[in-house]
Design a protein around this ligand. Structure first.
Ligand code: PLP
Ligand code: TYF
Length: 398
């Protein structure tokens, strides 16, 4: 019977990881999967996280079920982390967060909810978008449509084309997916003016925003990165926010994220919350506990929180210095192409504009691994490989 299964091609990032592991070249470079690495190329446990884990192991007295919506302490902290503690939505009791298995779990619950609200509802996503967005949405039964976003010639945003397309095609009641910051895969984000314009359009057209916030804190800071999201959240009647703590706490495998629901009123929020719980109950029932307890332990303890903030700042600063370091090396190699995209794009990812041929050449000839679409993970760069990577990229940048 199983031979009838129609298997979707596995996410090429995961097969890339496998190919990297089996490559015997000692100077191979992994710029593939989006995890933060330190200068030595390791993915370490953050100090604040380690300390929180030690406390949790020492203090935990029960492994009883956590409940469908997850850890209460974590759920209370997420709205403040996303929106700032003094945001109007919190005062109005119009936002509630549910702990989910990673940001991916939040997106899955969000899509299942949309399908329950309006079967076959259209979800608009950017071109391109994270490789998992479209499969999650279509598997939930949603119709996915795409809006223009990244312009190859400028390696930047095509905002006018995006708005024109949405104006011409998005229907009242459709859902609009936006990346809060550090757009995956392009690194190209909306400016605050553009967030305002999109917010006005969302209100005017009657769209439901679904914001994916997987990299808060990895570009300019925990507050700065979500200024656009905060603006939008203060103005729209309803919204879904899928957030992940995988990156900003470096707890990828602990599967820690949240789905935050924004409703018109406290009463509607309660009904929306119950609908989300129904979807979760027949899916994974309850989220795992550990990662959320780690996050809440760090955030609730001022000393641990300070350590975590300093560590996150170091991560961000290292990304920024790798961006400018790569750019200045390319300039020193007299690359004629405009390299400003390297320092303009935000967060871990940069869309190089490389063709599949370039990507293949860099992997085969230089042992440099990147996603098939030419996305590189800037955090894969370090003092040991940045010169070699610059030299190899210079050979292919046009
Ligand atoms: N959304 C985007 C844009 C991502 O890049 C990721 C990546 O890892 C996720 C969501 C999911 O994160 P998580 O690992 O927490 O499921
Ligand atoms: O885009 C990335 O590299 C990260 C990590 O199925 C990731 O989002 C990649 C693929 C995947 C899960 C996470």
């Amino acid at each position: 019977m199983f031979e009838t299964l129609n298997l979707r091609k596995v996410d090429n990032l995961l097969s890339l990881m496998q190919a990297f592991r089996t490559d015997q070249r000692p100077d191979k470079v992994d710029l593939g999967v989006g995890v933060y690495k330190n200068d030595a190329g390791d993915v370490p446990v953050m100090r604040a996280v380690k300390e929180a884990e030690q406390r949790l192991v020492a203090d935990e007295e029960s492994k009883n079920y956590v409940g469908i919506a997850g850890d209460a302490g974590f759920r209370e902290l997420i709205p403040g982390l996303l929106l700032g503690a003094d945001h109007a939505l919190i005062g109005e009791s119009r936002i509630a967060s549910i702990q989910t298995p990673g940001g991916t779990g939040a997106l899955k619950v969000a899509c299942d909810m949309l399908q329950a609200i309006t079967p076959g509802k259209t979800l608009w996503v950017s071109t391109p978008t994270w490789a998992n967005h479209i499969p999650i949405a279509t598997d939930a039964g949603l119709t996915v449509a795409q809006y223009p976003y990244f312009r190859g010639e400028t390696r930047g945003l095509e905002f006018d084309a995006m708005m024109e397309h949405l104006r011409a095609n998005a229907q009242s009641g459709d859902a609009l997916m936006l990346h809060a910051c550090c757009h995956n895969p392009t690194g190209v984000d909306l400016s605050s003016e553009q967030w305002k314009a999109v917010t006005d359009f969302v209100l005017d057209r009657g769209l439901l925003p679904v914001v994916d916030c997987a990299y808060q804190g990895l570009a300019d800071g925990m507050d700065a990165d979500v200024a656009g999201l905060r603006h939008m959240a203060a103005r729209v009647p309803e919204m879904l926010i899928a957030s992940s703590n995988s990156k900003n706490f470096a707890i990828y495998r602990e599967r820690t994220g949240a789905l935050s629901l924004v409703a018109k009123s406290k009463i509607e929020l309660a009904a929306t919350f119950a609908a989300a719980e129904t979807v979760i109950r027949s899916n994974y029932s309850m989220p795992p506990s550990h990662g959320a307890r780690v996050v809440s332990t760090v955030l609730q303890d001022s000393a641990l929180r300070k350590i975590w903030e300093a560590e996150l700042t170091d991560m961000r600063d290292r990304i920024t210095s790798m961006r400018s370091g790569l750019r200045s090396r390319l300039q020193a190699l007299d690359v004629e192409a405009d390299t400003s995209f390297l320092t303009d794009q935000r967060g871990m990812f940069t869309y190089t504009g490389f063709t599949p041929d370039d990507v293949h050449w860099l992997r085969e000839m230089r042992g440099i691994y990147m996603a098939g679409d030419g996305r590189i993970n800037i955090a894969g760069l370090g003092s040991a490989n940045i010169d070699a990577v610059a030299e190899a990229l210079a050979a292919r940048l046009a």
